[in-house]
Ligand binder design. Structure first.
Ligand SMILES: Nc1ncnc2c1ncn2[C@@H]1O[C@H](COP(=O)(O)OP(=O)(O)OP(=O)(O)O)[C@@H](O)[C@H]1O
Ligand SMILES: [Mg+2]
Length: 254
């Protein structure tokens, strides 16, 4: 079984993805409020924080699905291009599945990245444990199988960066375990993983580093072991203990 040690792989420690002065505004609200981050080009970075903190918005900005109001996202120091985005993939909580067979779903995803190799599609299915289901209509898969298919579509493209937004929420423990193993294997093969999860156990199991977001701001970016042993902010400590955010507590409870 693959396991995380909480230390970064020694191979490649370059900063591949970064953002500077990132702001995302909706009306008067700064939903993402001046975020600067550098991500190493390997390892698993996990973004955690309360509901509404801005985690999904941040992932979408980093992947170029949203245009920032201010600031920039850089790949090796230069702005994101279509080519760079083609080398990235994202998996959402609810997988997007086409009314086609399992294999055609994978082939479609790969073809959209310019990959027309049937063997690579079959290998991607095997990698996520869906061999034998090639010809099944994908809509008939269970929730866990659909999520594996979505991961197969993403990882099958051999992306430089894989974004996961609560990819294992609402799955049973066996499916969560299977998907965590797939993510660890992709990381071991060199894909940078940037994921959001509310599953603290999962964050502990997988993360090399943790980024804690609160109200659109980064309160902490720390190696996973340090973060879990000794969170620096009161908000992160409260989150890890399952308490309400400090500003949201009922006055009578204080
Ligand atoms: N397009 C939008 N226009 C206005 N407000 C938005 C928009 N998208 C998100 N928001 C708001 O921005 C805040 C951050 O949203 P986001 O989805 O990033 O939160 P999150 O940290 O992913 O939360 P959760 O843990 O619930 O998924 C929320 O208050 C949300 O309602
Ligand atoms: Mg979210």
């Amino acid at each position: 079984m693959l396991e995380r040690t909480g230390t970064m792989p020694a191979t490649d420690q370059r900063h591949a993805l970064s953002c500077q002065g990132l702001v995302y505004r909706a009306g008067e609200r700064r939903l993402i409020d001046a975020i600067d981050l550098d991500f190493l080009s390997s390892g698993i970075s996990t973004i955690v924080g309360y509901n509404g903190a801005g985690k999904s918005l941040l992932l979408r900005l980093l992947h170029g699905l949203l245009e920032p109001s201010e600031g920039s996202v850089l790949w090796n120091g230069t702005p994101l291009t279509a080519t760079v985005r083609h080398r990235q993939a994202m998996v959402f909580q609810k997988p997007v599945i086409l009314r086609r067979t399992v294999l055609d779903n994978i082939r479609f995803a790969l073809a959209s990245r310019g990959i027309h190799d049937r063997a690579q599609a079959l290998a991607a299915l095997e990698g996520v444990g869906l061999s034998g289901l090639e010809n099944r209509p994908a809509r008939l898969l269970s929730g866990g199988e659909k999520q594996r298919l979505a991961l197969g579509q993403a990882i099958g493209c051999k992306p430089d960066v894989l974004f996961l937004d609560e990819a294992t929420a609402s799955l049973d423990p066996a499916s969560v375990h299977a998907i965590e193993q797939i993510v660890l294997a992709a990381s071991a093969e060199g894909t940078k993983i940037i994921m959001v999860t509310h599953d603290v156990g999962q964050a502990r199991r997988l993360s090399d580093e943790v980024i804690f977001i609160d109200r659109g701001r980064v309160l902490e970016q720390a190696p996973a072991r340090l973060f879990f042993a000794n969170p620096k902010s009161g908000q992160a400590a409260a989150y890890l203990e399952g308490r309400l955010p400090e500003t949201h507590q009922h006055p009578s409870k204080n």
